[in-house]
Write a protein that binds this ligand. Structure first.
Ligand code: SAM
Ligand code: SF4
Length: 317
């Protein structure tokens, strides 16, 4: 379905939980999430009805996210049922990877085609610092499990943080020479209540092209990343610049939160509730949300924080 700016909305990100087994500083507050009651969250059946309603309006691609989607007990069933909905061509998943050693194969068998795994650093101490509690070795084991499980594509996501991991840009990029995966660098977004990063932490994607002058441009694949490749590499380097060079004009996505709110724009406070509605009610709300999708997310920088009204773990990235 076209929005009021002529963008064809074909992609829905679904956050299945706000909960997470990590506490990344850029994503959520240290004391974790204010746990909502079970009744406030979408049930599995409601999620699937929302997917059916969205597919009837032209959604073709889903990304399952969170919080950490793999802490959700019925994650395999949600993925399997979502992948079978008429009109859905692709189910992808974004995860911190730590639970992939057990779940990579079942997810692949359930119909998940592609996985993105967050990896901000290759240093165990820095990993523990940025995630406030995580073990790098678990994420690395998860990446190996994803590569073994035969997904169509495995991508790694690093949030670029000046003074934290900009010195690791070459080492992270080098992974694309050793493994058949893409490495993506995402500009740090100033969310509502997630970490007090100094202005120097907000570095533009050009920090990557400056550090890696040998990068060769690659034709875009229809996604939001600017694509490059190291000579002889097996995978691409993707640069995602929501802050320094927003891509709102080509935005084709809406988001569904775990508590049932459709967010037409990541950085807007506007939300349309699907909780408790039937198929027709959900389709009507989805239509309204798509028609009200704003043209862009407004200025976003260290001084002008996101107006999402939620932290990233409550939206899904
Ligand atoms: N738990 C999963 C994970 O970490 O991949 C999925 C949910 S997480 C909210 C989705 C993506 O959002 C991750 O790649 C994460 O790095 C990114 N993210 C979270 N907060 C961010 C921020 N403030 N700026 C940029 N990216 C952010
Ligand atoms: Fe959890 Fe992902 Fe947020 Fe990190 S980025 S706290 S892993 S939801």
């Amino acid at each position: 379905m076209l929005d009021s700016f002529g963008r064809d909305i074909t992609y829905m990100r679904i956050s299945v939980t706000e909960l997470c087994n990590l506490r990344c500083r850029y994503c959520m507050p240290e004391d974790g999430v204010c746990k909502k009651s079970h009744e406030e969250m979408l049930t599995e059946d409601e999620i699937i009805t929302a997917v059916e309603a969205a597919a009837s309006l032209g959604i073709r691609k889903l990304r399952i996210t969170g919080g950490e989607p793999l802490v959700k007990k019925n994650i395999i069933s949600i993925c399997r049922r979502a992948a079978r909905v008429d009109g859905i061509r692709e189910v992808c998943l974004t995860t911190n990877g730590t639970l992939l050693p057990e779940l990579a194969k079942p997810l692949r068998e359930a119909g998940v085609g592609r996985v993105n795994i967050s990896l901000d650093t290759l240093d165990p101490d820095k990993y523990r610092y940025i995630s406030r509690c995580g073990e790098l070795s678990q994420a690395i084991d998860g990446i190996r499990a994803a590569l073994d499980a035969g997904f169509e594509k495995v991508k790694l996501n690093a949030v670029l943080i000046g003074g934290f991991n900009d010195d690791e840009i070459p080492a992270l990029a080098e992974l694309t020479r050793r493994y058949p995966l893409d490495m993506r660098f995402i500009e740090l977004m100033p969310m509502y209540d997630s970490g007090d990063f100094a202005p120097e932490a907000f570095i533009p994607y050009t920090a990557v092209t400056e550090r890696l002058p040998e990068l060769e441009p690659v034709c875009p694949d229809g996604g939001v990343a600017k694509l490059f490749r190291l000579p002889g590499a097996l995978g691409n380097i993707g640069l995602i610049s929501p802050v320094s060079a927003h891509f709102c004009r080509d935005c084709n996505r809406i988001r569904l939160t775990a508590d049932g709110k459709i967010k037409p724009c990541l950085h807007s406070g506007d939300e349309y509730s699907l909780k408790g509605l039937d198929y027709d009610g959900m389709a009507a709300e989805l239509r309204s949300a798509i028609l009200c999708k704003p043209s862009w997310h407004g200025v976003l920088d260290a001084e002008n924080r996101s107006r999402a009204g939620r932290n990233m773990n409550q939206i899904g990235g």
